[in-house]
Write a protein that binds this ligand. Structure first.
Ligand code: PMV
Length: 350
């Protein structure tokens, strides 16, 4: 039986009273079947599946100083690359507010949080998934020091549960190489509360996949994903999109097991375009793709046809293009595709 919210409430009241330094890291992830739309407290309207981007991580260190008596707000400061970043703090404060019920020991310390991403920041790549997952791992590291008696799966699922409360997609940034988040009636053990590992081995075809990101646009997102998710509530195509994602999760599970790369390409691209189609048909609507996004999509499709290379694209909530391909195709793609682009490319994101 999947765990419930109640199972994650921490009851112990003994805490280490010394200064602690804890470091944890978490990978980024890219959704193959997209999460878009949420309900309640960060629960997804539909299940999603992602590849874990193990080369692209957030590494976070926290220096914890015991306060003597618990505060009623978590006391913390956040640094990115050793620079204090007050702009990130409201989102982290909200995260602490949401998780303190499950991890009341966070009140016992002052937190100095130092984060670093292994991928370039302000490159237009979301770091919230890996960032909140790293923070959740850190908090669970502390919980384990206080209470080492739970089983490993409990710690994994509670880490995902906490990460989800920071950013939905962060739920999937805790393990890999594939993660599934969201309850699906046909897949045992799945939950809206946390992401799970699939119950099969990833087919070898996908084990050496690469994700290179073509940076069409850098900087701040024009429309936050929070606003985008909210527009799904009244979306005219809401039900059909939800059904499509439930179906695609089943198909993708099968594909990842059997190594059916041509169906992989079909679904991954349909999901990316479907996500953007939702944005373009909501009220109000908005367009995140840029001319460069379409240009890259067209040339990738042409290259796939002309050179018979199993390469495809996916998109996040932004204009940048994730190019997915088997490692063995890298040199060929470099010559006929990447070298001809004027955009900056981040290789080996996966
Ligand atoms: O985790 P959020 O709330 O930033 O939502 C991210 C949603 C997408 O990246 C667009 C899709 C996904 O499943 O990651």
């Amino acid at each position: 039986m999947p765990w419930t919210e109640k199972d994650f409430i921490f009851k112990d009241n003994h805490y280490p009273s010394n200064r602690l330094e804890i470091t944890e890291e978490a990978p980024s992830n890219i959704a193959l079947v997209k999460y878009w739309g949420k309900y309640g407290l960060q629960r997804p309207m539909n299940p999603s599946i992602s590849f874990t981007l193990s080369q692209s991580k957030t590494i976070t260190k926290a220096i914890l100083t015991p306060l003597g008596k618990p505060a009623n707000k978590v006391s913390f400061q956040f640094y990115l690359d050793n620079r204090h970043q007050p702009a990130f703090e409201p989102k982290i404060a909200r995260f602490f507010d949401l998780i303190h019920r499950y991890t009341p020991f966070v009140f016992q310390y002052d937190w100095q949080i130092y984060s670093h991403n292994t991928f370039p920041h302000s490159s237009g790549i979301a770091s919230s998934a890996s960032g909140f997952a790293a923070l959740a791992k850190l908090i669970m590291n502390l919980e384990k020091q206080i209470n080492p008696y739970q089983n490993a799966l409990y710690y994994l699922q509670k880490t995902s549960f906490l990460a989800r409360l920071g950013s939905g997609s962060a739920a999937r940034s805790i393990s890999g190489p594939v993660m599934l988040w969201g309850e699906h009636p046909q897949i045992a053990g799945t939950s809206d509360l946390y992401a799970t590992l699939p119950d099969f081995d990833l087919h070898p075809v996908f084990q050496n996949f690469k994700d290179s990101i073509v940076l069409v646009e850098t900087g701040q997102k024009k429309v936050s994903s929070t606003a985008g998710h909210a527009l799904m509530d009244q979306h005219p195509f809401k039900n059909i999109r939800i059904q499509q994602a439930f179906d695609n999760v089943i198909k993708m599970n099968q594909i990842l097991k059997t190594g059916d790369i041509s169906h992989f390409i079909d679904i991954v691209e349909a999901e990316a375009l479907g996500l953007h189609a939702m944005m373009m048909t909501s009220r109000p609507n908005y367009i995140l793709m840029q001319p460069g996004t379409l240009q890259i999509i067209h040339s990738l499709r042409q290259i796939r046809k002309e050179h018979n290379i199993p390469v495809c694209f996916t998109l996040d909530a932004g204009a940048n293009v994730h190019v997915l391909y088997p490692e063995g195709e890298k040199n060929k793609l470099q010559k006929i595709f990447f070298d001809n682009l004027e955009h900056k490319i981040i290789f080996d994101y996966l």
